[in-house]
Design a protein around this ligand. Structure first.
Ligand SMILES: *Cc1c(COP(=O)(O)O)cnc(C)c1O
Length: 369
């Protein structure tokens, strides 16, 4: 079946037809064929994250990515703990919102959307505030596409002996992350981002020595990461409650296709080519990237509105959709921007066609004004 448009968004994203096709079968959740798939996914995720099986476990959780983040925050931070959050965009702020709703003591270091959280400031705050037990931040802040300094931040957190929680939703599987070597305690991502599955669950690569301490801590029944882990381990791949079977099967296929592509390095290379081509051609067409290339991720790019009073996002969006591309609105309060994702089953020819369409749109607008 022909797709009406290509999704140039940071998830859900365009998946291959082979990933969609494996969803045409129904699975029994407690049958061993299905549970074997779940177990295989869990161990493949550990391999992807370079997280040794002796130290780490991968726990899958129903729901979108936020459910996974909420499960970690709500399960990991004890009643007398304090969470420090680094926020330079909407997803960092969402972690703060989770802590607020769950009544978890927290403190947030806020940064502008084009500003990187600094390791030195984090070090100073951890020296001064002894109550902090856990630190959470976003790796690729999808609000802008900025790539936060993962290694440097985790190193400071671990130097202080604190628990490191990383929302790597839009980066995991799209760029190598050495979870074990870095010492990350919890890394969260979801099915429908760089691994290129369909939406329906999130997963957490968790340090077992931390998670084992979390029995009875969760502030929610369904988002109890510890219990979810126990059932998945003790019943060899069984989920606590009904699992998204078709989504799980599709995710397994997506993992195989990631390996076929040559693994995370090759996928990262494709996304990087996509993103660099996008910026080059969009800038030739007259659009300016909002962030400098030095802080950019290969996953999603923020562009400023062109300097033409007749330009509106809505009309531009409708034009591109007609041409077969769906792009993303901006998420910044202080700048007029839109976003284009370069992840999913999207290739350089697609990006070139998109940029041609965008260029022709601007040319027409300029002629009319
Ligand atoms: C996509 C995403 C999430 C999760 O969003 P959901 O809508 O719950 O899937 C969280 N953090 C980041 C950085 C993301 O890109």
């Amino acid at each position: 079946m022909e797709q009406p448009y290509l999704l140039l968004t940071p998830g859900p994203l365009t998946t291959t037809s082979s990933v969609k096709e494996v969803m045409l079968k129904d699975w029994c959740t407690w049958d061993s064929d299905y549970k074997d798939i779940v177990q295989s996914i869990r161990s493949r995720l550990l391999q992807l994250g370079q997280a040794p099986e002796e130290e780490y476990t991968a726990v899958l959780i129903q729901g979108s990515g936020t459910f996974g983040v909420e499960a970690v925050i709500g399960t990991a931070v004890p009643g007398d703990g304090k969470l420090l959050i680094l926020a330079n965009g909407a997803y960092g702020e969402r972690i703060q919102e989770i802590a607020r709703v769950l009544g978890i003591r927290h403190r947030t270091l806020e940064y502008a959307p084009d500003e990187l959280p600094g390791a030195d400031q984090l070090d100073a705050v951890l020296k001064q505030d002894n109550l902090i037990t856990h630190v959470a931040f976003v790796h690729c802040e999808t609000t802008t596409g900025i790539l936060n300094p993962l290694e440097a931040l985790v190193q400071v957190i671990k130097n202080h002996g604190k628990v490191a929680i990383v929302d790597a939703m839009s980066s995991f599987g799209g760029t190598p992350i050495a979870v074990g070597e870095l010492g990350i305690d919890y890394l969260v991502s979801s099915a429908n981002k760089c691994i290129q599955g369909v939406p329906g669950f999130s997963f957490v690569i968790s340090r077992k020595s931390e998670l084992i301490e979390c029995k009875g801590r969760a502030r929610s029944l369904s988002l109890d990461l510890f219990d979810q882990w126990q059932v998945m381990d003790n019943d060899a791949g069984k989920w606590r409650f009904t699992s998204p079977t078709h989504v799980v099967r599709a995710f397994y296929q997506a993992l195989l296709e990631l390996e076929e592509e040559g693994g995370v390095e090759q996928r990262c290379a494709r996304y990087t080519r996509n993103q660099q081509t996008l910026v080059r051609f969009m800038e030739q067409a007259g659009f300016k990237a909002h962030l400098p290339a030095s802080v950019h991720s290969p996953f999603i790019t923020t562009f400023e509105y062109p300097d033409l009073t007749s330009f509106t996002f809505e009309a531009f969006y409708r034009f591109l959709k007609e041409k077969g591309f769906v792009i993303y609105p901006g998420k910044l309060s202080k700048a007029l921007v839109f976003r284009i994702g370069t992840i999913g089953d999207v290739h350089i020819e697609d990006i070139e066609r998109l940029c041609e369409a965008a260029a022709s749109y601007l040319t027409t607008l300029r002629l009319e004004s």
